[in-house]
Design a protein around this ligand. Structure first.
Ligand SMILES: Nc1ncnc2c1ncn2[C@@H]1O[C@H](COP(=O)(O)OP(=O)(O)OP(=O)(O)O)[C@@H](O)[C@H]1O
Ligand SMILES: [Mg+2]
Length: 258
């Protein structure tokens, strides 16, 4: 397969913060049109990995390629192809929802008519129609998250990097976003999605990557993970806990109750 047709390739990628190895010699290849779930305990390197794919964080060593382009050498071209939902979004609270989305659409150079049509379509789908003229500072947490999600989608990216995207969304909106992500993937959009909600990963992802202390513990379909963990009929929670060595939860609870 030519490297241009591989949406994301990490080769021997390492990122350190002082003594902490956030990502430890990571190799990862993501296929076109797949939804890859990125799982792992707090601090295991998921967000750092996502930021390196986007080019926000520079690896200490190794290479990150997006559609065959080195991310450090082609920072703007790569960002044009990506939609990003950060785990802690920074959003201009003093703009209205519509002004913010207009600004994002302009940054991506969308023609006016197309931009407005897409923004309104998304606002309507996520139940924000009628509130687009209000200041973002007056929005609830979930409403702000919806604006961030819309801002990641309006330029029709070929690669979506979603860091805990469903945080704060009500069940109906979460369902709409989940179905939309799957639909986009079936049209060839590649998705990397980090989540702690294992049911979401199990239901949505073609493959699941489990990170632990900056390394990849396992990657594969649910069937492949079951084989890796030697747990033929288990769900993702049991597999996750086994692979990440957190099965001794009972003694922890007992110690806390003493
Ligand atoms: N800017 C930074 N400065 C110092 N250390 C950092 C920085 N960013 C991340 N780290 C460290 O790198 C490690 C990996 O962090 P990262 O945010 O990638 O984890 P994560 O898997 O996304 O965790 P979570 O599930 O809590 O979101 C952690 O030990 C974290 O403290
Ligand atoms: Mg994170």
């Amino acid at each position: 397969m030519s490297s241009v047709s591989i949406p994301v390739r990490l080769s021997g990628v390492t990122k350190r913060y002082g003594d902490i190895v956030a990502v430890d010699y990571l190799d990862l290849e993501v296929k076109c049109g797949e939804v890859l779930g990125l799982l792992g305990p707090n601090g295991s390197g998921k967000s750092t990995t996502i930021k390196m794919i986007l080019g926000l964080v520079k690896p200490d060593s190794g290479f990150v390629d997006v559609f065959g382009m080195n991310v450090q050498e082609h920072p703007v071209e790569v960002k044009r192809l990506i939609g990003y939902v950060p785990e802690s979004p920074r959003i201009y609270e003093f703009l209205t929802g519509l002004e913010f989305l207009d600004l994002i659409g302009d940054i991506y150079g969308l023609p006016l008519k197309e931009k407005r049509e897409r923004i309104l379509k998304y606002l309507r789908a996520l139940g924000l129609e009628g509130r687009e003229g209000d200041l973002i500072s007056s929005y609830s947490r979930g409403m702000k998250q919806k604006i961030i999600i819309i801002s990641a989608l309006i330029h029709r990216p070929k690669l979506l990097l979603l860091d805990e995207p469903l945080t704060g969304l009500d069940p109906r909106s979460a369902r709409i976003v989940k179905d939309l992500i799957r639909e986009l993937a079936s049209e060839g959009v590649t998705v990397i999605l980090s989540t702690h909600v294992l049911e979401i990963a199990e239901a949505m992802c073609d493959r699941i990557a489990i990170m632990f202390e900056g390394r990849l513990l396992a990657i594969g379909t649910m069937e492949e993970l079951r084989r890796t963990a030697e747990m033929p009929s288990s769900d993702l929670e049991d597999i996750f806990l086994k692979l990440t060595g957190e099965e001794d939860i009972k003694p922890i609870i007992e110690a806390l109750l003493k």
